[in-house]
Design a protein around this ligand. Structure first.
Ligand code: ADP
Length: 192
């Protein structure tokens, strides 16, 4: 497993102070959520610390690293390169930290939109990125109410809120978000 201190040094080096502080808050919130849902800490903490490593790279570098991660990218992703910084960060972790843990890499790769392949750790990183206390679009009361839900219901609520926000800007949820929402609804309806 990667040394947390090495990841911290890399985050400080690659990101602006405000973005790095967001990553630190996301990591703390992800650990808090892991405790809340009875899950282990290590994967969520490391993934949250690393999730935005490539976020401030120029778009051409992000696309290049994302392609190294994925070989091919969908038309949708190529048309929305901002959604690729998770893929680019995952490649960076594989290349420079020799990380191979799929749970951690998927949590980083898919943190922006979510994805049906996310496991519980990945769902927590996705939710923590959206809910960390620096995100002023949520009140403490909303956070508290969200945490009453199961992890699956909480992620569904976030996807619904994202959809409303995007629609208000004339955009729509990504196919990965829609597929995750569909899968979670199916799983939830079947009581799994
Ligand atoms: N689920 C989604 N589906 C489609 N577009 C999205 C989704 N989530 C985020 N976006 C778009 O990607 C942009 C960057 O998202 P993100 O990286 O989460 O923002 P931030 O810089 O606040 O962390 C958003 O401004 C939005 O336009």
């Amino acid at each position: 497993m990667v040394c947390e201190q090495d990841l911290i040094s890399e985050g400080q080096r690659m990101l602006s102070k405000s973005r790095w502080e967001h990553s630190l808050r996301t990591a703390d919130y992800a650990v808090f959520m892991a405790d809340h849902y009875g899950l282990p800490h290590e994967t969520v903490r490391l993934a949250a610390l690393a999730h935005d490593l490539a976020r401030e790279k120029p778009a051409d570098i992000i696309v290049k690293w994302a392609l190294l991660d994925q070989n091919t990218l969908s038309e949708y992703h190529l048309a929305h390169p901002v959604l690729l910084h998770g893929f680019a960060s995952a490649w960076y972790l594989r290349e420079h930290f020799a990380l191979t843990d799929d749970s951690l890499l998927n949590a980083v790769r898919y943190h922006t939109t979510g994805h049906p392949d996310l496991d519980a750790s990945g769902l927590i990183v996705f939710a923590a990125d959206y809910m960390e206390p620096g995100r002023t679009h949520l009140t403490d009361l909303t956070r508290k109410n969200l945490l009453i839900l199961s992890l699956e219901e909480l992620v569904l609520a976030i996807l619904d809120a994202m959809k409303l926000h995007l629609v208000s800007k004339g955009l729509d949820l990504s196919p990965d978000s829609r597929e995750l929402s569909h899968r979670l609804k199916k799983r939830y309806n079947h009581g799994l």
